[in-house]
Design a protein around this ligand. Sequence first.
Ligand code: AP5
Length: 250
Amino acid sequence: MEATRDRAAWLKGGSAQCNIPAEEREAPWRLVLLGAPGVGKGTQAELISERLGCCHLSTGDVFRAAKTLDECERSPALNQALDCMRKGELVSDETVLSMVKERTKCLRCGGGFLLDGFPRTVAQAEALDELLESEGLALDAVLSYEMPIEQIVERLSGRRTCSECKAVYHVVGRPSKVAGVCDHCGGELIQREDDRPESVKVRMETYERSTMPLIDYFKARGLLLPVSALGTVEEIYSRTAGALAARRAE
Ligand code: AP5
């Protein structure tokens, strides 16, 4: 079975190292993925990471990985973060920023990075600007995936995620070869707690209120690349790759 890229340094934090570090690139991509919950950011991130070599850094994956810790190993801030996630609310900026800062070495990765789910508020975007500046790094682009809300909700209701390697499937649009079993690692496929309808409603409202203002924030900095999220996974990837190639040619 094909192994997905190792992201131990990002998922575990602290002194954890990736067993298979990303390959050094001459011109690594440093990207942010923006878009409503369920628009397909994580799915595109897997392909971009595989094909362009930049490491997929998802803040949601870090919090979900922390769920597997014993109760006594979780800090009060982490328990509060997991409670927010279950309800579909945002985790506090303070908790998210301290988690990202603890993983600053991932931003220096020689393969580049692909931030998915961060930043999610203007305060987080400003903190990222400061962090990158202090490391002498800059973003190449912000990919903003766009799609009508009704179709997004359909994608979320059929999503299944591998409990081990976090690979993402859809029961209709992107099924695994064997129902309920991950193609990559053989792990069990599960439905995320926050994909229940009541949490999805809160997540969409929160996105519109707190995250949509980032579209103007990044547009004003000349970084925004809008990409339609309609169509098949490969069609969307091809639009993404085209937008990035045009950016490099500028
Ligand atoms: P997070 O994990 O970041 O989730 P999200 O933004 O809600 O995004 P999703 O992972 O739900 O969707 P996606 O766009 O990646 O879609 P996917 O590719 O899976 O955050 C979760 C929670 O953590 C937040 O609510 C918050 O509480 C907390 N959090 C995280 N970061 C935070 C931060 N910075 N600040 C504060 N709180 C934070 O696709 C969805 C489905 O569609 C899948 O089944 C997929 O197979 C399918 N699909 C994808 N593309 C296609 C296609 N082209 N055709 C058909 N099906 C498709």
